[in-house]
Design a protein around this ligand. Structure first.
Ligand code: F6P
Length: 357
């Protein structure tokens, strides 16, 4: 008999359900008796002992369903060691619930913050297996996270729609793509949607270079320009500020987001009409794309296999087209960023895409 606790933590994404289904299908196909404790709303459920017993039926028909049947929440890692408003020690509470329910292991699905806490629980002696989710694809130790390809599809669809209206009106359009710290989503959706300018956090921009790229296109006869801009795009000047100086600047910030600031600057410098579209959380919503369904199922099945073998302390990742086990201590606290020297960036530049640098 295996007693397994499961939770989904952090921002949701597509294929969380597909991944959990993969784990449970693998375990039930093995013939091993299993009890599944589904903790609700991420680590909160584990802290406060809020769970639901789940059976195979709960995982039936959810392969294609977006969101997470367990619900999710953000429980910042830096607050985990701080007592809650009633003085409860959250880490001790999680351990007590784990031992009270006599769990064999926890299956934790999440992104960066989630992995820091998962690694802490491992250090505290709990058996943990994790699965890499996030539309940002920024988890260290895996070439791919589930949710990413589905989000690329949605952001690309958005850019495709904008393309036709931008062309009709001869306008400059900015599509703001999710990603505060890393630009994988913007880079991929931007390239897939044929964006002319792509701005990502890892490559700070110079507004004059952006204007140069727009004017260059106009000279070559293109009346419109499409820009894919990451939420975390940053100017060269701002990138030089210290954390304190940047915080100070943001106190008086007058724009809803960086895209509006860039739009305003372009408008002032060129007199051209600039519009901003923000697909926002639609990028995390809806059904997983077929790639993510397959990928999440594979990861889930491998996690199931690891549980059956009693192999704990790993994230199930993907490297060089192989599913791999990555020690949690290697994953926790690191971000997989786009290197400005990455071949994909160079190839984008070879096809005339400007990064505003
Ligand atoms: O980490 C996933 C993500 O969707 C990021 O791309 C985005 O910046 C952030 O979450 C948005 O967070 P929230 O859903 O808390 O607004």
């Amino acid at each position: 008999m295996k007693r397994i606790g499961m939770l989904t933590s952090g921002g949701d994404c597509q294929a969380l359900n597909a991944a959990m289904r993969g784990v449970v299908k693998c375990l039930s196909c093995s013939g091993e008796a299993v009890e599944i404790y589904g903790f609700l709303e991420g680590y909160k459920g584990l802290i406060y002992g809020d769970f639901r017993m789940l059976t195979g039926a709960d995982f039936s028909g959810i392969l294609t369903k977006g969101g997470t049947i367990l619900g999710s929440s953000r429980t910042p890692f830096k607050l985990m060691r701080e007592p809650d408003e009633n003085g409860l020690d959250k880490v001790e509470a999680m351990k007590q619930n784990y031992y009270k329910l006599k769990l064999d292991c926890l299956v934790i699905l999440g992104g960066n913050g989630t992995h820091k806490t998962a690694n802490m629980l491992r250090e505290e002696g709990l058996n943990v297996v994790t699965l890499p989710k996030t539309i940002d694809n920024d988890l260290w130790g895996t070439d791919m996270t589930f949710g990413f390809q589905s989000a690329v599809d949605i952001a690309t669809d958005c850019i495709d729609c904008i393309h036709t209206t931008a062309a009709s009106h001869g306008r400059i359009f900015i599509v703001e793509v999710m990603g505060h710290k890393v630009g994988w989503l913007t880079l991929n959706a931007g390239m897939a949607g044929g964006a002319d300018i792509i701005l990502i956090p890892e490559i700070p921009y110079d507004i004059d270079k952006i204007v140069e790229a727009i004017e260059g296109r106009a000279k070559r006869g293109s009346k419109f320009t499409i820009m894919a801009v990451a939420e975390g795009a940053i100017s060269k000047a701002d990138a030089k500020l210290s954390k304190k100086e940047y915080k100070e600047k943001m106190k008086n910030y007058q724009y809803p987001s960086v895209s509006y600031e860039i739009a305003d600057e372009i408008q002032k410098k060129t007199g051209l009409d600039v519009r901003v579209t923000v697909p926002g959380h639609t990028q995390r919503g809806g059904s997983p794309c077929p790639y993510d369904r397959v990928f999440a199922t594979r990861l889930g099945a491998e996690a199931g296999k690891m549980i059956l073998n009693g192999e704990y302390g790993f994230m199930v990742g993907y490297k060089n087209r192989e599913i791999v086990k990555v020690p949690l201590e290697e994953v926790a606290g690191k971000l997989k960023m786009v290197s400005p020297d990455a071949t994909i960036v160079q190839e984008a530049k070879l096809t005339g895409i400007s990064f505003g640098d």
